[in-house]
Design a protein around this ligand. Sequence first.
Ligand SMILES: *Cc1c(COP(=O)(O)O)cnc(C)c1O
Length: 363
Amino acid sequence: MFRAHNFSAGPAVLPLEVVEQTSKAALDYNGLGMSIMEMSHRSKDFEAVIKEAQADCLKLMELSEKEYTVLFLGGGASLQFAMVPMNFMHKKVDYINTGVWATKAYKEAKIIATEGIEVNEIASSSDKNFNYIPQNIAYSKDADYCHITTNNTIYGTEWRELPNTGSVPLIVDMSSDLFAQRYDFSKCSLIYAGAQKNIGPSGVTLVVIKNSFMETENSKLPTMLKYVTHAKEDSMFNTPPCLPIFVVNRTFKWIMKQGGIDAIQSNNIIKANYIYDKIDSRNDFYKGSVENPKDRSLMNITFNLPSEDLENKFINEAKALNMIGLKGHRLVGGVRASTYNALPNESAIALSEFMETFYQANK
Ligand SMILES: *Cc1c(COP(=O)(O)O)cnc(C)c1O
């Protein structure tokens, strides 16, 4: 089967075997004579799919189901930008601003805050067009929570480890680097991720929430916007996105089969380095946009060429070689290669080789 070298930022490449399993299940699931899309979400067969995905998620995170609950919600990561402050903002909240998505999360908190509630940006890398991860951050001691975005999909920066926020609950948007590298997930009170970058298709958002933290949520909210509603009903308060949850289930299985997060991380480093090494060895031509190599994302590799014309030529010639999705985000331009977990090594090698060919022809 023909597969493009898919560098799309999201929705993004999935493991081929997961796509194949999904295409089979879309016709007939388990010999039941119906598609996974045609069966009741309350059936035993679907219940097994969602329960298994929840258990596998916690296993991968090394968290216990006594302490944490896994939810599958609608509305994308963008709805979490609002649900988080609606549920957990009481007096004062802290945000670290490392890019466009982090800014959007902060803005939602601002919209929701009523008089007397403080929404603080305690650190930001906006002074240098978000090309670094802030250091030496002064975390408050009394905030309701602190919100960070681990991977900045548009600018290509990524936290190497989660911060220690002391007694302040840490809330993390991991939409674009979930299970891409090892984090100490037990530092988090809430983790969320739109599925469409590393764990599935669009249409489902993964939320992992600490039970003791969930108890602190505001009570006077519409039913659908409360985490407790979904936790009590095991993500079945209303009809969940069944097909996307199936794909997430199979992607978690695939991650385990690869050897878990550590194996995925080692391979992600190898893959990203095919491209970063080319940027570094041909730095008279390719210019990486991230200031400190330590902050470079394993998932979204951003760089510029000497001119916009050359960037367009690069993107078009790459396309002719089946490398798609390389155009940088419209806010920053340049080139962006997204190298998510499921991107095959061959694709990263193909891009690295093309970068050399293009360099020789156009330097
Ligand atoms: C893509 C992305 C989002 C937006 O996700 P939606 O599911 O489209 O709402 C949020 N945060 C980060 C870090 C992202 O990369």
